[in-house]
Write a protein that binds this ligand. Structure first.
Ligand code: LCS
Length: 395
């Protein structure tokens, strides 16, 4: 938080946290520090910095002032002791997992997660000797039953991509803690505006900052947030050595985007709820998945766990299956047919033929990703324009 701003509300935090007028010029917008290296001053100070006796910026793969400002803002928004930013959401996820496990360890993970994360665990980590058991984590009992002697980590994503299945963070956090296990939760879909896993007993949060933090679809990035000691290890081991750091220009775009994240997400929450209710009454729609609808099987949990709102992602199954999906994708004019989510513009996608094509069909169907599933990432346009666009597309 800007030292001059005392404990503040969500919008004030989003605007001010992590940033302060530039001491050299008074610039209010945080400068983009493109410098690779930083002057060490004297040989003695250089030695003190390299031995860890003194803290200073040295080299931008280790730390960069623009990136640090974004990390401070993100930590304030998520209620974390510390944060590190990375080149992408996947770099954040890989770094957080690699900080938590080593060869011979076992992970219990929710099945309903972003497919590249599933792939990372099922193939990359498996080849390094880290085994993962995937469970339906909508029932905390399934997580408890999968824990074995070599389990070190429980990995969750809620709401899950794209079926919006929820994990009970408080219950699973309790199970993991009593077994001495670390927990990581991907909070990308909810954003800290709607859900704060650290307050519910989860150790570490990861984000694809590409989504709601950035908010404008023009920068890729990630975040790991949690206790200072974990974040320090994450930075000094996987992130520094594998090198997936955030670039200063991306950090500038993220800072600028994060300032309006609460405004955008609150509007997206209300538009998504309105669209979900409308879709539920539509004849062409067989099923709507949205945690804010009483028909969502975990609506009661959503109300408890997502106090800020139910998010901007709505999924629905078209009665006409895959052909109806293709017709809708080709007919929409305000919604853009594109992958990604969390942008100011509304994005529409067909997971079975895009993001989830890497998941084997049986596993994909087990995750609830049917052939006709459509994912809508609701933007900040006028909701009546979005409804009219979808209505025309569905007719
Ligand atoms: N976590 C979640 C929940 C995601 O949805 C994504 C990307 C990632 C992590 C990875 O973040 P990235 O490395 O791309 O910044 N989700 C995408 C999606 O649903 N369509 O395109 C990307």
């Amino acid at each position: 938080m800007n030292a001059r701003i005392r404990p503040a509300g969500l919008h004030t935090t989003a605007v001010h946290a992590g940033e302060a007028p530039d001491p050299a010029t008074g610039a209010l917008a945080t400068p983009i520090h493109l410098s690779t290296a930083f002057h060490l001053g004297t040989a003695e100070r250089g030695a003190a910095v390299f031995s860890g006796r003194e803290e200073a910026y040295v080299y931008s793969r280790w730390a960069n002032p623009t990136v640090s400002a974004f990390e401070r803002k993100a930590a304030a928004l998520e209620g974390a002791e510390a944060a590190i930013a990375s080149a992408s959401g996947m770099a954040a996820i890989a770094s957080a997992i690699l900080t938590s496990v080593q060869s011979g360890d076992h992970i219990v993970s929710a099945t309903a997660i972003y497919p590249s994360t599933y792939h990372l665990m099922a193939t990359q980590l498996a080849s390094m000797g880290v085994r993962t058991t995937f469970v339906d984590a909508t029932d905390p009992g399934n997580v408890a039953r999968a824990i074995g002697p070599s389990t070190k980590l429980v990995y969750l994503e809620t709401p899950g991509n794209p079926t919006l299945a929820l994990c009970d963070l408080e219950a699973i956090g309790r199970i993991a803690r009593s077994a001495g296990l670390a927990t990581i939760c991907d909070n990308t879909f909810a954003s800290p505006v709607n859900q704060r896993p650290l307050e519910l007993g989860i150790d570490t949060v990861v984000h694809s900052a590409t989504k709601y933090f950035c908010g404008h679809g023009d920068a890729v990035g990630g975040l790991v947030l949690g206790r200072a000691a974990f974040i320090d290890r994450c930075l000094k081991e996987p992130l520094r050595y594998y090198g997936g750091i955030m670039a200063p220009f991306s950090a500038y775009l993220m800072l600028r985007g994060a300032a309006t994240m609460p405004l955008r997400v609150m509007r997206q929450n209300s538009s998504a709820l309105r669209i979900a209710e409308w879709l539920e009454r539509h004849r062409a729609v067989a099923r709507v998945l949205y945690p804010g609808l009483p028909s969502h099987p975990q609506h009661a949990l959503a109300k408890r766990q997502m106090p800020g709102g139910f998010g901007g992602i709505v999924c629905f199954d078209l009665a006409g299956g895959v052909e109806a999906g293709a017709r809708l994708m080709n007919a929409v004019r305000v919604c853009s047919l594109a992958t990604s989510l969390g942008d100011a513009r509304t994005l529409i996608s067909h997971p079975a033929s895009t993001t989830h094509s890497v998941v084997p069909p049986e596993a994909r169907l087990a995750q609830g990703v049917t052939d006709g599933l459509v994912r809508l990432s609701v933007g900040i346009e006028d909701v009546e324009d979005l409804v009219a666009d979808l209505d025309a597309g569905l007719r």
